[in-house]
Structure formats: structure tokens, C-alpha cells
Write a protein that binds this ligand. Sequence first.
Ligand code: AMP
Ligand code: MG
Length: 455
Amino acid sequence: MFVVFNEPLAKSLGLDANKLQSEESAGIFGGNAVPKGAHPLAQAYAGHQFGHFAMLGDGRAILLGEHITPSGERFDIQLKGAGPTPYSRRGDGRAALGPMLREYIISEAMHALGIPTSRSLAVVATGEAVMREDVLIGAVLTRVAASHIRVGTFEYAARLGNPDALRELADYTIERHYPDIGEDDEDRYLAFLQKVIERQASLIAKWQLVGFIHGVMNTDNMTISGETIDYGPCAFMDQYDTDTVFSSIDVQGRYAYSNQPLAARWNLARFAESLLPLLHDEQDKAIELAEKEITRFMDLYEAEWLAGMRAKLGLLDEEPEDAMLVKDLLDMMQEYEVDYTNTFIALTFDKMDGVDLFTTPEFTEWKDRWQARRDRQGVSADASMQLMRNSNPAVIPRNHRVEEALEAAEEDGDLQVMDKLLAVLANPYAHTPDQAEYATPPPPSEGPYQTFCGT
Ligand code: AMP
Ligand code: MG
């Protein structure tokens, strides 16, 4: 039974949305029927999980196949939670309704925020129970991604000790995601490494700019395409605090908000290591080349992030002091424990009431500096504000709102709460009055939010 179906996504993929919502299709989306001509498979991969290496694979994901859209784009269509696979280890290969709807909501919100991500086409309830600590409602998510090739896929190929297999994977991935790299390019694999680093630097900057915390940035959860993937214990930050961690299992804060760029760089170093045999015949030279590229990551990331912060502050040009202007604001935000998203909205619309920070002399001084900086750029105040409106979301999937929607769906079979939330999240930069009720942070009484793995 369909719980939710993504009509706009189906249409953009060139699929017949009406036909797909039939009883017969529910069988396919529930993993009980194989579409004609498809040869489903589970992918093998390896991964560093919280720093420790393991041979893994799609334990509960089945790749139905690739789909080519009318405009010629290629996507993987994958079922998550359809049952055991050769890589399930001790798991049951199943998924529960709540976490699959959670992935649906957050991945679609990320897409609407303009962040590269896997997307969600449907969630189907299987009618079967899933045993966790409680008995849960079984469900299958249909995920659409540019591909599911991960850093861990390369770690797996590298461990096979077969340079031909590694080269084959690299060639396939280059053709699929980086077709601009020439076949005869002498530095083909170095260019590949460079481009993956660039895409990840851009992606992580986008996460930081909206306050998204992935929660489990293991190498098997990092794509080579540069899309966000694997929505497990992820969550958006309400109050600005660089130490924020939501995942109950991340006790040391390895994947805390401020550590995400470092974790990405660490993962990319594992990717570079896997590519070493392709970078140079001599290992020392290969290592030297790889290290040089990994060292560039932070600069690339910081440039992307600062560009994004300039946009959030309505700055269309660059001045050397901008980094300091941003830092001073963020330091105050951390000290005064303000809401991250709403602070930028207050700045955008110049509506600064009800927040202690805005009444302090240090903020007034900062605001004057910012105003002078905006005045110097020689564009209209309107153009600057327009940039801010387009760079500062009015709504993010706030955890208490997501929980409320999931509770209604799981406990009462009421999907309206989620549908309304999805509709609001689909246009985060609309700044319409109906978004206001979704913009408020959770009441403080709710205490710190925690997310759980093993979902
Ligand atoms: P994740 O933390 O979601 O990246 O998952 C880590 C590994 O565990 C992946 O290889 C998953 O496919 C696998 N996995 C997670 N949940 C299950 C499950 N219920 N059954 C089998 N494998 C699972
Ligand atoms: Mg994973």
C-alpha cells in the first residue's frame, strides 16, 4: 500500500505517475514483483565506519536498475528495506515506516534547498511487522540517485588487489559522473580525484550553510557523484552550536557539525588511497600526488562556504574582511544561543525583536559594520535583499515537526500532517505567511534531540 508517492519527481523522470500508483506497481515498490526486463542486484562495498574498516554491501537495498530520463540523464532506482541480500550479515534487510518516511521528508527538503541529494520516489507499507526494540510497521523506500557508487565502492575494489578491476570501476564512474575528463587525458585519474574533492567540498559547504548534520559520515555513506546519501541519524540544527551532535551512537562527536568538513577530508583521503595504483606506477609519487590534492580540500571548502555566507548576508562582491565579518556574527550567535536559521531570516527582513542578541551593543556595532559593507558594494538594497531571500531558507525540516508528522502517520495512519509539512518544505525560499508556523524552534522543554541508528 502506497503511503506516499512523489508525483513531481516521477514526472521529472519521465515516468507515468498514474500508472505507477496502481495496485500492480505497489508490488514492485514493495519489493514483491520485479519490473519486466530488470535484473536487480545488491552492491558490494567496503567502508570505514567511525574510523574502522569493514567489508560491507547493500544489506537492505536492492538496485532495481538504471533509468534514463527523456533529457538523457541516468539514475539508479533502488529499493531500501525490501528484504535480505547477500550482504545482510545478521540484519533482516527490512526497514520500518518511520525511518523511511523520515528519509523521504528530509531528502526532499534537501533537494528543495538546492542541495545535491538522492531523492525519494515512494514509500510503501509492506503489511508486515518489523522487529526492532518494538514491533514496527514494515515499509520500503524507493530511492533515486545519480548512482550509488561510494568512496567505499573504491575501497572495496582496491582491496581486491586487482588493478584492472579498480581501473574498470574508475573508468565507469568517470564516464557516468565526470564525462568531461578525456579518455586519453594523461592525468585522467588525478583529474578524477580533483573533481570528486571539488564536488564534496561544495556539498559539505552547502550542508554547513543550512545547518544539516549527516550524523554518520562513514566512507560507505559518501558518494562519488557528490550527492548526499544515506539519511540515517541526520538532523537539522535549531540553535547554533558548532558542537551539535544528534546521533545517539556518536558519543565522541566524530561527526559533529563543526567536524563535518574534517570528516569529509578524511574520507577523501581514503578515496585517494584507493586510487593510488592508478595515479602513478611508483607508489611514492602516487602518494605525493594524492596528498597534494587532499591538502587542497580545506581551501576549496572554505571558499565555497564563504561564498555561501556572503550570499546569506546579501553581499554580491568580495572584500578581504568578509571572513571576519562572518566569524564575528557566528561567534555572537554561538554565545547567545540563537536559532541558526531564524537569525538569518531576521537579518534578511530586518525584523529583529524578541531575541536578546539583537539588543546587545556588540550586535549593534556588528550590524553597523555589515550595513556599511552592504552600502559599499554599489548595488541596490533591493538586489541585496533579494539575494538574502534566495539564500536564507524560511523553513528547514525541524525535528519536532518531522517527529509530529511521523507520529501521526505511524500511530494514527494520518498522512495529512506529513503532506502539509512536505508542501511547506518544497518551497523553502518562498517566504510566504503559511511558513511562519513551521519556522518556530521547538519549545526548550523538549530538551536535546537525539536520533537513532539501526533504524
Ligand atoms: P548505514 O549505517 O545505514 O550506512 O548501514 C551500514 C550497513 O548496514 C550497510 O551496509 C547497510 O546496508 C547495513 N544494514 C543496515 N540496516 C540493515 C538491516 N536491517 N538489514 C541488513 N543490513 C542492514
Ligand atoms: Mg549506508
